[in-house]
Structure formats: structure tokens, C-alpha cells
Design a protein around this ligand. Sequence first.
Ligand SMILES: [Zn+2]
Length: 362
Amino acid sequence: MCQTFIPPTILESLARNGVESAVSSIQQSTISRRGRTPRIEMPQTAIPRHEHKTSEIIVYDCEGTWKQRVTEVLSTTGMREASPISPSISTGGPAAIGGPSQAQISAKNAMEHVRFARDFLEQYMDRKGIDGQGGTIHVNVNFGDRYNNAFWDGDELTMGTGDNRVFTDFSKSLDVISHEMAHGLVQFISPLEYVGESGALNEHFADVFGSAVQAYKRMQEGLEHDWVIGNEIMGPDLYGETLRSMESPGTAYNHRLLGHDPQPAHYADRYTGTEDRGGVHINSGIMNKAFTLVAKRVGFRAAGLIWFAGLQRLWPTACFDDAKVMIVESAREKEKANRLVRDEQLTNLTQVVRSAFAEVGV
Ligand SMILES: [Zn+2]
């Protein structure tokens, strides 16, 4: 099952409003697995454990086709840490005169972002790669023709270049890449079923990880966190809009092409229909807001670690209330262990978390 970055409801709205490239993007979301390049699949049991190994990253150029892993263009294997991004990319489509091709730029950006997210996982969450065992991370760029999406399909990341009208190249966004990597993380840690509340939790954890990685990067750059998801890939026609607001769900967009942001900010207003697999990208806003409230009080690092610990206690059909119980439990444990309370703002951690959930009605 493909976990796409742009929700189907948004693509459908774009298609209804005459954005032609949205139509092929919708169709591709359902058939991408068929177009993949055949390769030998390693059975799960045959993957060796690499307790101390860092995940390698391989970036492939799909050359504008609807197939994955067409040409390998960048790899961390053998790269020296000091110069992670090779300036001389061997292949990746014809180079434009006097500069790199779009595919080369996409590959370079994707490598940089995946590396950043991978290192964040290792340094801040003590986890080796997406699978936790240092398995290679496969990344496809330049997928399809004006493909307006990016996805995690169960074992790799794939990014389109967008139509440059509504969406731009998905590879250039750390948000997008870390969000999609997080779907992989959830799959390996607690595979929350991608439907209804468990699906909205899956989306929520992906947004939390995406924004935590983004926050860390922005902090390094001396910027405040912006609490929005997807602003980096908005094309000229959607300038000023964004896909989700973690801080104020329901306010991310209001646009003739996109329609109105349907995310509720309170459990009483949750979506109960059947679209978007029961509102997985819609109801995630409720949980996102709870995370925002906690992170603002205790900082991204502490909030992220509590959420990550909570995720590890969840099961495939968990609902919002289950997640609340497990995240509060994780907060209590951290507070008790006195690991995080050296910081003054963390002394009432459990209370902060519980009141955040109360504020959004969970
Ligand atoms: Zn997602």
C-alpha cells in the first residue's frame, strides 16, 4: 500500500478544477507497484542484523518513467563522511549545458535530506535507519511525468518532480522526505493500519517525525519552527498555501483549486466519512495539535522522544485514546526516571501531556 504525501482528496479537488497533471497523479497512486523494475526480493529473515552499522542510502533516477530504480545515480557506499554529496554525479539524464540536469539536482537534494533524517534518527532517537537494523534506504527521484506526489510503498521512497504549476519537485523538501521515511518507521515499529483512527495516527506520527527533523534543521539555521507541512513544494499557482498546519489545523489552505483545509482541531469535530480511508490525513490534525501544545511547552526534543516511546507501545488497530494513554504513560516513565527533568520546564511533563490531549478532546 502506497502512503502518498499529497492526500487523494486534494488531488481530486485539483482534478475537478482543471489541473490535468493531477489526473495522472491520482491514477499513478493506484498502479505504481505494477510499474516497478523487477528485482530479487530478499526475504525478511535473510536480512543480516547490523547492530552498529549506519544505513547506506542509494538514490535512483527514474528518468521520467513510471518505474522505480531505473538508474543508480548516488550512493553513500564508499563516500567519505567529509564530502557526502559528490559534486560529479555520473549519470542521471542529459546534463543541461553549463549546469546540472533537473534529475541531478533532485538526486543531490534527496540524498542530502535522507542523510539528514537518517542521522537525526541515529543521533536523537538511537535508531539505525528506517528498519532499525541499518538496512539500505532506497530513494527514487524524477518518477513519472509531472507526477504530483511522493510516497513510501512498504520498502522504498519515491518522489515526483511535480508539474511546476501546483507542486514543485518533491525531492527538494526535507518535510516531504522525512514524512515519507516516517511511514517506513511506523511500519517497522508499530504498523498502524492505514484506515480510520489508526491510519490518522500513522499520518500523525509521520507529521511529528517530519516536523521534528525540520525543526532541528531550522534550529541549526537559526530559524523558528513554522509548524506547517508541505509549504516547500507549493508551486506558483498555490503560492502562500500549505498542506497542513500542525498548530492550527483547518487553516492550511483555502483556495479555488484546493478547496478548504478539512482538518479538525478538536475530537468533537472529527471526520467520520469514508473519504481518504476514513480521514487519515484529516483527523491527524487533532493529534498534531496535541503534539504542538506539548512541544511548545517542553521543547521538540522531549516531546519527540515521548511520542516515539508512545509509538513503540502501540498496536495496528490502536485508536486516539490508546495513543493518548501510551504517550501519557511514556511521559510518566520519563519523568519518573528523572532523565528529562533536569530541565525546569520538564518537571510537570505528565501533566503537560495530559492537558494537551484534554484541550483537543482526546
Ligand atoms: Zn503520509
